[in-house]
Design a protein around this ligand. Sequence first.
Ligand SMILES: CC(C)(COP(=O)(O)OP(=O)(O)OC[C@H]1O[C@@H](n2cnc3c(N)ncnc32)[C@H](O)[C@@H]1OP(=O)(O)O)[C@@H](O)C(=O)NCCC(=O)NCCS
Length: 161
Amino acid sequence: MDVRAAKKEEIDQLARIWYDAWRDAHAQIVPAGLTRARTYESFKKRLEALVSDIRVVGSPGAPVGFSIVKGDELYQLFVSAQSRGSGVAAALIADAESQLARSGVQTAWLACAIGNERAARFYEKCGWRRIGTMVSELGTEEGRFSLEVWRYEKRMTFEVK
Ligand SMILES: CC(C)(COP(=O)(O)OP(=O)(O)OC[C@H]1O[C@@H](n2cnc3c(N)ncnc32)[C@H](O)[C@@H]1OP(=O)(O)O)[C@@H](O)C(=O)NCCC(=O)NCCS
């Protein structure tokens, strides 16, 4: 499955994927104020700022999922409902992990909302380990939210050439 860089013209579709998938996974398990703050427009703005770091699966103009790496963090991973269980997420995480390893990260981390059981199962089957909880400080246009989350880590391997 091909993983490629996102195109600027795909921001609307990516914002739709992020908005819908975020709600599927989080609306029932995070504070209602945070759900209200996570509008389609807020996701779109964040994607516009991050466009050069977005990796996607899907034909041009029709992405079905995306990932974003930030420093040593797997920062975002979202797949459309229709493409879950299809290997899209596995392709995106493998691509993100090779990016992390190539940039010299030894131990990568990610935050997962407590109770997001599908994502947790997915990360664990990809070799990530839940090492405890941490508090994520989430900035939104409606103010800051402090959210306790599961922290996952995975040691990145290096290819010696
Ligand atoms: C998280 C995500 C990227 C994973 O991709 P995916 O295609 O769904 O992953 P997979 O189907 O390969 O793996 C999910 C696993 O969870 C299992 N699962 C499904 N629903 C579950 C539930 N409610 N509780 C526990 N496990 C569940 C699946 O059976 C599968 O495990 P299996 O392969 O052993 O059968 C995708 O589900 C997604 O985008 N979710 C919404 C957004 C999200 O949560 N993003 C992550 C934010 S941290």
